[in-house]
Every structure is written in C-alpha cells, then in structure tokens.
Design a protein around this ligand. Structure first.
Ligand code: CP
Length: 320
C-alpha cells in the first residue's frame, strides 16, 4: 500500500478487520517488519490521539519514529508555486517534501482544511504534493477532506460492540462554537457506506456533505426521527461543506443546541452506544451524562486508533 487515504486503499474490508483483531491479540507480533525503518509523522495541526497512537503503532512494529510539528521549530513553509518569497515563509514545500522524504521510509501527514478555497481543500493540495514529491508511501493523519485512521478505528469499535449483524448507525451533526472541517464526517460516511450497516446521516439543512462521501446513505433532517431504533450514535460537528451554496463553505450556519446529544435523544434509540472521535466539547456536542454513561464508547474508540494505525503501517512496511 503506497497511499492510505480512502477505505478502498485497504482492499477487502473484512480481511482488514480480521487483521486488526489479530493485531489486537498481540500487537508486537510484527516487530521484525519495522527493523531499521523510520516513520516520519508531520503535523501542520495539533493532535493528541493521532500523534500518540501512530507513534505507538510504529513502535509496535519495531520502527524508529520522527515527529515534526511544522509550525513549532521548523521553517515556515510556502505552499504556493510562483509566489515571490519575500514574506516570513523561509522554505518552500517543494524542497521541504523531498528533503523530509530522504530521512524516512514512510510518511504520515496531518494538514487540515484551511477554508480559504473549497477547490484547494477538496483537491487535497497539500497531501497530494507529499504523494507526488516525497518518493515515499504516504498515509493521511487527517487531511483537508478525510480522516481514514479515525474511521478505521471507528469501524473496528462498531464491529466489537455490535449486537446485531447489521446495526443501525447514525452520524449526527451537533453544535460547536467554531468552524470545524468535514474530514471526520466525510470519512465516516465513506467507511460506513463500505461496511455492512444501516447508515443514516442527520444534520440541519445547509450542512449537506459532499455527495462523493454521502453515496447511497439515507439523509434525515429530523434528528429525533433519525435516532429512532439506532444502535450507534456517532456525533460530530462540521462546518458548512458548501455543497448547495459554495459561498457558505467553512461557515458556521447554526449553533442550535437542540441538536446536542442528551439523554432525551438517546432514549429513542435501541439503547445505542455513543461515539465521538474526540476531542469533544461537552454540553455542546454531548451532555456530561451521555458521554459518562456506560453506553459511551469514546475511550475504547480512541484506544482502537493504535490498532488501525498498526494495520496501516504494517501494510505499508510489507509493500516497501
Ligand atoms: N480524533 C483525533 O484525530 O484526535 P486528535 O486530533 O487529538 O489527533
């Protein structure tokens, strides 16, 4: 595997899940694969889970790990070609990427949407330059449009906790004070569409996700109706994806607190589990009572990030 961006990059999803559960039984069994190999993890944005779980995954596989926070200690990077570099940006990404590639065997990159241009964000301008110029396998640690390591961990968690063969899984928009990217809901939709689940998306009007991620999923604008009979509630905020009104891309259109997931919402479900990728704003996205309830999976879900990253790095090491 040279690139990990989409669910299709894993091939057969059932085989990938089987591999994940094998690794969970003994996460050090492939230590030999990473001997004398180096993973470089590049962060343009903050992280707790992705940083720690991916480092741990690389160590599980016997790899060396280098972590670079681009905005803390590295030269400020220019990303646009043709710019006269007379500002505070001392280095161009076009030199920095191959240099970084020369120090490692596999590269992970986190680079969020900037909301400056929907076109640039949805064309994955930064990550595609790493794929093109690094000369190394690249895995996405949350890009402008996708967060596949998170969605793989989410799917592993659903597989572990489901009580029926084909559970009802609901992705619900919830309010947040700031504009957040669409990477997590986009990926979650993509992965749920590929999995054997009854998948429903609910959000206020204007928050329609890009059709390439929604696929054939059911979209229900009545949140309570969407929650009825659900086995898993996956809450997440996202800013306007700009599908129906491109001029609204990246805007906060609503802070409607009636969409906060509380006990009244959970009461209409099939005793659903609550999921969120974290970090989460309590009492905006979800109430204290719901996130602290026995049905909350946020901690095992985060723990599964180590497993999803171990599978992905293992597959990349095998293809070197
Ligand atoms: N869920 C997730 O990616 O968390 P971090 O932003 O802390 O890495």
């Amino acid at each position: 595997m040279r690139v990990f961006q989409n669910v299709s990059d894993l091939g057969d999803l059932n085989l990938a899940l089987k591999e994940a559960f094998e690794i969970k039984k003994d996460r050090f069994q492939f230590q030999h694969l990473g001997k004398n190999k180096t993973a470089l993890l590049i962060f343009f944005n903050n992280s707790l889970r992705t940083r720690l779980s991916t480092q741990k995954a690389a160590m599980n596989l016997g790899m060396n790990v280098i972590v670079l926070d681009v905005n803390q200690g590295a030269w400020k990077l220019e990303t646009e070609r043709g710019v006269i570099m007379d500002s505070d940006k001392s280095e161009h990404l076009l030199e920095a990427i191959p240099v970084m590639g020369s120090y490692c065997d596999i590269i992970g990159v986190r680079s969020f949407a900037t909301f400056e241009s929907r076109k640039d964000d949805y064309e994955e301008k930064i990550l595609n330059q790493f794929i093109k110029y690094s000369g190394k396998p690249v895995f996405f640690m949350e890009s402008a449009t996708v967060h596949p390591l998170q969605s793989f961990a989410d799917l592993i968690t659903i597989e572990e906790y489901k009580k029926t063969a084909r559970p009802k899984v609901v992705l619900s928009w919830a309010p947040h004070p700031k504009a957040l990217p669409q990477a997590v809901p986009n990926s979650f939709a993509q992965w749920m569409n590929a999995a054997d689940v009854d998948f429903v998306i609910t959000h206020p009007e204007g928050y329609e996700l890009d059709p390439m991620f929604v696929g054939d999923a059911k979209v229900e604008y009545d949140q309570m109706k969407a929650f009825e009979g659900a086995d898993f509630i996956y809450a997440k905020n996202w800013s306007c994806p700009g599908v129906t009104r491109p001029e609204d891309y990246g805007k906060v259109l609503s802070k409607d607190m009636s969409w906060t997931v509380d006990e009244a919402h959970m009461a209409v479900t099939n005793n659903a589990y609550f999921m969120h990728c974290l970090p989460v704003r309590r009492n905006m996205i979800v109430t204290d009572d719901v996130i602290e309830s026995p049905q909350s999976l946020v901690i095992p879900e985060a723990a599964n990030r180590e497993i999803s990253a171990t599978v992905v790095l293992k597959r990349m090491l095998e293809s070197l």
